[in-house]
Structures are given as structure tokens and as C-alpha cells.
Write a protein that binds this ligand. Structure first.
Ligand code: NAD
Length: 352
């Protein structure tokens, strides 16, 4: 049985990875998560009590705790998703982003290296450190072109700069120490269990509440959207079959302006929540975010060609599923909004 240590497994994408690993493989999963405001163990229904699951409430900046976790659980692979991930929060307070994304990744690499170098030869060869990152490290695109694996790094926000730093550290630990790493850079994710400060869940919940739908600038910034379960599947494939030392871009060829995304959400809400229709009357334009990247778009040709990955959802089918999920799982997000979860009350006032 493979033993996989997942960092950030109580977050949005990490929880999708853990749910898939438990449901679709026979792997033993160790979820290492500090449980920040963005974490939610109720995104892992059925995990607690599963004999193939262990949870460790650990900060990845804590070197001694990481050593203990590696020694205790003896993983065959690490999937590193723990991060501070919200661009707006990184602009307001970059310190946590440097701490977790840069220092935390360094500590995790060091713990993994110490553990890996002491493994017997066969297990050392099979070990993988998979670093999960974002396309935002590449900066912004003009009207055309795509990010490829060889696009030069050019991060513009404290968030993307901290993720770029962590990518470089991971690459260096491979080149310098031979740690068997794989890296992935993915476009914007959306789907169930997404914390309601990010664009898509924020707009769904505000639309349901009949509140204004704040859209940055003219709403013409373009993002390339991928359904989170498709991302999780791609990650598992790269972990299993990706070439050591290589990076793979992951994206769904779903470029949409923010305004198109919000209008599409409104159309689904009109159908599923007719009492509030028409929801697009709620759209309101607000001052753009500083350093707001104009366009992201991923060329996912390498992972498609080398590993045979393609997304299962189109943007239309994935968005429909997502809106329906938020309508059917009110308990999950109401606990976040009304403060019964982690003591933090999140008013629906932030802009995603
Ligand atoms: P998230 O904010 O939903 O979850 C992050 C998780 O990491 C949380 O559970 C949090 O408690 C945990 N965490 C934070 N700091 C920690 C620390 N110091 N020690 C231990 N755990 C800590 O993030 P997400 O959207 O699930 O993103 C996961 C990863 O994927 C991140 O590395 C992010 O950069 C990357 N990524 C995200 C997207 C996206 O669209 N969300 C796209 C591409 C890549």
C-alpha cells in the first residue's frame, strides 16, 4: 500500500485530492494541515474513521513536528498543497504568505530530504515530492499566447511571488540534492467545497442572498478555469507517471472574462433559484485590484501528450455542478458564514 503525505488536505484542492485518494485508490493518506481560516475538515466527509486516513494538525513551518510526522508515517510520497492562497489577502498582509509558502516549503523540503536520504535504496528511488503550484507565477499575458512549461517566471502579486519562490526552492532541491521532485502549475480552480472568498463561490452565495455582485474594473480580466476534480486527477497522474525533475502545466482551455463567469453563474441561479431572478441585475463594478493580471491561459499540451490527461468537465458542465452543489450543501457554507465554524465570521462583503 502506498502511503501519501498530503499537506493542506483540509483546503479546497487538497480536500479534493484526499477524497479521491480515499475513494479511488488503496493509498494510506496522511493529511498535514495547520487548519487556518481556509481549512475545513467537514470537506472530508467519511475520512475520519477511515483506517486508511490519518490527520496531523501541524504547521509546515515547524521543522521538529515535520520530522516527527515523517518518522511516524513513513510516506512514499509527498503532495504539497499547503499554502496561503488568496491574492487579496496577500496584498493586505504579505507576511503570512512568505512564512507559509516560502519558509514552510523550505522546512518541508528539508524534512523530506532528511527522511528520503535515510531510506533504503529501493524506497529512495521510488519516493516523490510533488509540489503543487499556480500559473500565476508566470505573470500576465497579452491578448494572445499561452503559458508553457518554459515561460519565464514573472510574478506580480505577493501571492504569486511567494509561490514562484517555492517553485524555485523545489527545483533547486532536485538539482542540488537529487530529491526526486515533480512540479505542476495549474490555472484557476473551481468546484464544491471552495471557500466563499473566491470569485465563483462568492458570486453564487451573494446571488442567493440577493446582494450586489462586485466585479473588479470592467470585468474583462481573463482566467482559465478548471474543475477541481479534474485538477486532482491530473495531480494523481503526475505523481504516478510524471518524469522526475519536470514541471507540468495543467489547465482546461476554459478562458473566460470575469464578467462572463459572473453572467454564467447568474444564468444558472435564474434557473435553480427562480425566486431571485434575474440575478444579473445585482452585478456592480468596483475599483480594480492593484497589480491585477490581465490574462492567464495555460497550454496543457505536455501533460496531455506525455501522460494522456484531459479534463472530464467543460466549463459549462462544471459550473452547473458547482452552483447545484452550493444550493444542495447549505450546511457546509452556512457554518462558515454564521461563524459557527472556527469562530471566524465571514461577512459576504469581500471581493473575490
Ligand atoms: P486553500 O487556501 O483552500 O487551502 C490551503 C490549505 O493549506 C488550508 O487547509 C490551510 O489550513 C493549509 N495551510 C496553510 N498554511 C499552512 C501551514 N503553515 N501549515 C500547514 N497547513 C497550512 O488553497 P487551495 O485553493 O486548495 O490551493 C492549494 C494549493 O494549490 C496551493 O498551493 C495553491 O497555491 C495551489 N493552487 C491553487 C489554485 C486555485 O485556483 N485555488 C490554482 C493553482 C494552484
Amino acid at each position: 500500500m502506498t502511503r501519501i503525505l498530503v499537506t493542506g488536505g483540509a483546503g479546497f484542492i487538497g480536500s479534493a485530492v484526499v477524497r479521491q485518494l480515499l475513494a479511488e485508490t488503496d493509498a494510506f493518506v496522511v493529511n498535514v494541515d495547520k487548519l487556518t481560516y481556509a481549512a475545513n475538515l467537514s470537506s472530508l466527509p467519511g475520512a475520519e474513521g477511515n483506517p486508511r486516513y490519518a490527520f496531523e494538525k501541524v504547521d509546515i513551518c515547524d521543522a521538529a513536528e515535520l520530522r516527527r510526522v515523517f518518522d511516524t508515517h513513513q510516506p512514499d510520497a509527498v503532495m504539497h498543497l499547503a499554502a496561503e492562497s488568496h491574492v487579496d489577502r496577500s496584498i493586505d498582509g504579505p507576511g503570512e504568505f512568505i512564512q507559509t509558502n516560502v519558509v514552510g516549503t523550505f522546512r518541508l523540503l528539508e524534512a523530506a530530504r532528511g527522511y528520503w536520504s535515510a531510506l533504503p535504496a529501493e524506497r529512495r528511488q521510488a519516493f516523490r515530492f510533488h509540489h503543487i503550484s499556480t500559473d500565476e507565477v508566470f505573470g500576465t499575458l497579452g491578448d494572445d499566447g499561452f503559458f508553457t512549461e518554459t515561460t519565464a517566471y514573472s510574478p506580480n502579486s505577493p501571492y504569486s511571488a511567494s509561490k514562484a519562490s517555492s517553485d524555485h526552492l523545489v527545483r533547486a532541491w532536485h538539482e542540488t540534492y537529487g530529491l526526486p521532485v515533480v512540479l505542476t502549475n495549474c490555472s484557476n480552480n473551481y468546484g464544491p467545497y471552495h471557500f466563499p472568498e473566491k470569485l465563483i463561490p462568492l458570486m453564487i452565495l451573494k446571488g442567493l442572498a440577493g446582494e450586489k455582485l462586485p466585479v473588479y474594473g470592467k470585468g474583462d480580466n481573463i482566467r482559465d478555469w478548471l474543475y477541481v476534480e479534474d485538477h486532482a486527477r491530473a495531480l494523481r497522474l503526475v505523481l504516478e507517471k510524471g518524469r522526475i525533475g519536470e514541471s507540468y502545466n495543467i489547465g482546461g482551455h476554459n478562458e473566460r472574462t470575469n464578467l462572463e463567469v459572473v453572467r454564467a453563474i447568474c444564468a444558472h441561479l435564474d434557473e435553480m433559484n427562480p425566486a431571485g431572478a434575474p440575478h444579473d441585475r445585482l452585478i456592480s463594478f468596483v475599483t480594480d485590484r492593484p497589480g491585477h493580471d490581465k490574462r492567464y491561459a495555460i497550454d496543457a499540451g505536455k501533460i496531455e501528450r506525455e501522460l494522456g490527461w484531459t479534463p472530464q468537465e467543460t466549463f459549462e458542465s462544471g459550473l452547473r455542478k458547482t452552483v447545484a452543489w452550493y444550493l444542495e450543501n447549505r450546511d457546509w457554507w452556512q457554518a462558515i458564514l454564521n461563524g459557527s465554524y472556527q469562530g471566524e465570521r465571514l461577512g459576504l462583503t469581500e471581493e473575490g
